[in-house]
Design a binder for this molecule. Structure first.
Ligand code: GLU
Length: 310
């Protein structure tokens, strides 16, 4: 039958989107994901989230940059673009259980729709949830459908190593976009569940997505992972760090004379795990790692100044 037996022993992971080069904020999150995994005896997986917004050559450069920092992962690298049939099968399974519905709404229609009473702000207003067969046939003629989850909760609580118990909104979120692309929230949960990931370390911009994802995991019969949503790196204006902020990638920093070891040292210093300029390795950092002592505030990174505390 050619059945692939996946290793589902406990694992952590890093899941970059290959839309460009990783900046120092992404690299810092990757270092933390590695440290959380190795200090808790987990395998470490690398998953490339390449279902959309792929830039030519970005994956190779991202993996090379992570390796240059000393990060190692279990082969093979998992690529979401190679797993479309798995996502499709999961959506089909949920549909067979009556847990999905077709949605024909445009973004505009969702924004303009009156929200359901007591629904959280920004939640899907339920427009297509209970269409009649005739209405659905009619809509199908005008627009391809997205597939949404028919959620039977409005909130869900996850456990986060840095944020404690976190309760957030769950709505009828999209599982498959109307261009056929599996949605981020679906792919993350399917992959984490299929590969034994029971520890999710990522930027805290995704904390609000965790309740939806954890809820979906329970529908797939899995136990939601332990989360650690780590602080972001910001620019001097308090906005999320971006390429336009200057020398923020490993290649940019190398041009300024800071090699990968220097970048790891800067990251470690920003985490309170090394003195300024001290040379470190991931093994050394692992021996010093204590999640309880991680900074809870964002790191303000000003290129050329080695980053300053917020
Ligand atoms: N691919 C996402 C990103 O680069 C991360 C997704 C995740 O860690 O769940 O922001």
């Amino acid at each position: 039958m050619g059945t692939v037996v996946l290793d589902v022993t406990p694992a952590g992971r890093f899941a970059p989107s290959p839309s460009g080069d990783l900046h120092i904020g992404n690299l810092r999150t990757a270092v933390l994901a590695d440290l959380f995994a190795r200090t808790s005896g987990r395998r470490f997986l690398m998953r490339v989230e390449d279902l959309d917004r792929v830039r030519e050559g970005a994956e190779e450069r991202q993996l090379a940059d992570l390796a240059a920092l000393g990060i190692r992962w279990a082969e093979p690298v998992i690529r979401q673009s190679e797993r479309r049939d798995v996502y499709a099968a999961v959506v089909d399974g949920l549909t067979a259980e009556g847990r999905t519905f077709e949605c024909f709404c445009t973004r505009r229609e969702i924004l303009d729709a009156p929200s359901a009473p007591h629904a959280p702000l920004g939640a899907y207003p339920g427009t297509c949830r209970d269409l009649t067969d005739a209405e659905r046939d009619e809509r199908r003629r005008t627009r391809p459908a997205a597939i949404r989850l028919r959620a039977d909760v409005t909130e869900f609580t996850v456990h986060d190593a840095l944020h404690g118990p976190f309760t957030g909104d769950v709505d009828d979120f999209v599982l498959r976009r109307n261009d056929g692309t599996p949605a981020y929230n679906l792919a993350v949960v399917v992959d984490d569940t299929a590969t034994g990931v029971d520890q999710v370390v990522r930027g805290d911009d995704l904390l609000s997505s965790a309740p939806r994802q954890a809820y979906l995991a329970t529908l797939l019969g899995a136990t939601p992972p332990e989360y650690a949503h780590v602080p972001m790196v910001l620019n001097r204006y308090g906005a999320r760090l971006a390429k336009r902020d200057g020398a923020v990638t490993l290649a940019d920093l190398a041009e300024q004379g800071v090699d990968a070891a220097g970048v790891l040292s800067m990251i470690a210093t920003s985490l309170g795990m090394a003195d300024q300029g001290e040379s470190v390795t991931l093994d050394i950092l692992a021996s010093r790692f204590d999640p309880a002592r991680l900074p809870r505030e964002p790191w303000v990174f000003v290129p050329g100044h080695g980053g300053v505390p917020a």
